[in-house]
Design a protein. Structure first.
Length: 487
């Protein structure tokens, strides 16, 4: 109930205790309103940060940026437009031994009309046309049957091992089917249309599925070898992302090096899945990942993806206007420049330089703690459980807990600055989901993961994809020997 000035003065003379009660009640109300304002301001800040999330300031993928123009972290003028120094061009070049030569003769003089047939050419100018023929070559195999005149036994010649049916597609065409389906991510219906347009042959969906499944079966030993080599690697990149199989959200996991790639999917994202992968439980090297807690269960050494960290620091700076996040962002990039320069000159950072970087790292985090209290999100008085912290406080706590993992690239130059290798390996599988949606069967998902891992491994070893897929159907697939590039 509101009290006017006159009534309040009268109460002060007649009933001071009532005045005290009114003041205390007003103080409690002001305190409640102040707390509510702080909560609402923090909530508004969080919602604005959520709206402002992009692939540059969070772990959000670029595909979710929509039509917003996201500023590149690269500084203007840092790289000129066009190909960079050392970039290998793709210019079409002449071959020394063409498949066919057509000679165009000079028969008469264009001036006087005299015959030049008996004259030797002064010069021969060459031009080459690179082209192909779109046709299917049919080979008929005939196996003789002969009866022995002595014992009467009927004898039959053997067909080649790959010739099993009266009419079938050959290894090259089956490799092309798998290439289009698993590597180029072309849907089945469009592959059928492509074969009809190019070769004039109608494929059934069953034929395509059978080709993929045959390739899957033939690559079982290769997948086991890749998994074995990955457990012995010095540095292993791991990542995971959502994947739909039979309409159910599951998780695609990748484990890779610059030489090998393995894919697998699981209904779980955490340690049950990574245990079933049969790679991480036996891995003893350095695992590069993006802070996912399940990876820290394993006894291997760990290194954190600094690209993720830099994006999170950008988010803190842009959405909460903190200084410490800008300072840490700048420090990490400064360390990277020093490491790159030292690596280029085949040397290491001095102990004093490392100590200076570490001291500055922890000082920035201490300075950050001073900025945090005014931006903490207070919990309602009645809320139980663990107190909620701001994103900035959570990030500072994480950086203080894992300094060795974040700065691993500074101590060991063989450890990469980011986990971009695993992210690149996983990107094309996500593209497949955008093109074709869910996998209709678990068998199809299994086949895709195994074959795609084989193709990725082929590419990393600079081998031709189609020829290597033909080798799969010939029973002679490429088998990697090492987890890392030698030299």
């Amino acid at each position: 109930m509101a009290v006017n000035r006159g009534e309040l003065l009268e109460l002060c003379r007649t009933n001071p205790e009532a005045v005290v009660d009114i003041i205390e009640k007003q103080d409690r109300l002001i305190t409640q309103l102040t707390e509510k304002i702080v909560q609402l301001e923090a909530r508004i800040t969080e919602l604005e940060a959520r709206i402002n999330r992009t692939s540059r300031n969070s772990s959000q993928p670029p595909s979710m940026d929509g039509f917003r123009r996201v500023q590149s972290p690269r500084k203007k003028g840092e790289r000129p437009p066009g190909g960079q120094p050392g970039h290998k061009g793709q210019t079409l070049e002449m071959v020394e031994n063409p498949d066919e030569i057509e000679v165009h003769l000079v028969q008469v003089c264009q001036g006087c009309g005299a015959s030049l047939m008996a004259e030797n050419p002064v010069k021969v100018e060459r031009r080459q046309v690179h082209d192909t023929e779109f046709r299917i070559q049919v080979t008929e195999h005939r196996a003789e049957h002969k009866k022995c005149p002595h014992c009467g036994r009927m004898n039959r010649a053997d067909f080649p091992s790959g010739v099993q049916f009266p009419v079938q597609y050959g290894q090259n065409l089956k490799a092309l089917m798998v290439y289009l389906c698993v590597y180029q991510l072309v849907p089945y219906d469009r592959i059928r249309e492509t074969f009809s347009d190019i070769f004039g042959r109608s494929l059934s969906t069953g034929t395509l599925v059978n080709a993929v499944q045959e390739s899957y079966r033939n690559l079982a030993g290769v997948e086991d070898r890749i998994r074995e080599l990955l457990t012995e690697a010095e540095v292993l990149h791991v990542d995971e992302t959502g994947m739909r199989v039979t309409g159910i959200r599951q998780w695609l996991h990748v484990a890779s090096t610059e030489h090998l790639t393995w894919y697998g999917y699981h209904r779980k994202r955490g340690n049950r899945a990574t245990d079933d992968m049969q790679i991480l439980p036996w891995f003893k090297g350095t695992m590069v990942h993006d802070f996912w807690a399940s990876y820290f269960r394993y006894p291997s050494r760990h290194a954190i993806c600094n690209a993720h960290l830099l994006r999170e620091l950008n988010g803190i700076s842009e959405n909460y206007q903190h200084t410490w996040s800008q300072d840490l962002h700048a420090l990490i990039l400064e360390i990277k420049r020093e490491v790159d320069a030292a690596r280029a000159h085949s040397r290491f950072l001095s102990p004093s330089k490392i100590a200076d970087f570490e001291e500055r790292y922890f000082q920035i985090l201490e300075n950050g703690l001073i900025e945090i209290p005014s931006t903490e999100i207070p919990d309602p008085p009645t809320k139980r459980g663990r107190k909620k912290q701001s994103k900035a406080k959570n990030l500072i706590d994480r950086c203080k807990k894992f300094p060795l993992e974040i700065l691993a690239f500074m101590h060991n130059f063989s450890i990469p600055f980011t986990n971009n290798l695993a992210e690149r390996d996983i990107r094309m599988v996500k593209l497949q989901q955008k093109i074709s949606g869910t996998f209709r069967s678990e068998g199809g998902a299994d086949a895709f993961c195994r074959i795609r891992g084989y193709i990725s491994t082929i590419k990393k070893n600079d081998r031709p994809v189609l020829d290597s897929l033909v080798g799969v159907f010939q029973g002679n697939p490429f088998i990697p020997l090492h987890a890392h590039r030698s030299g």
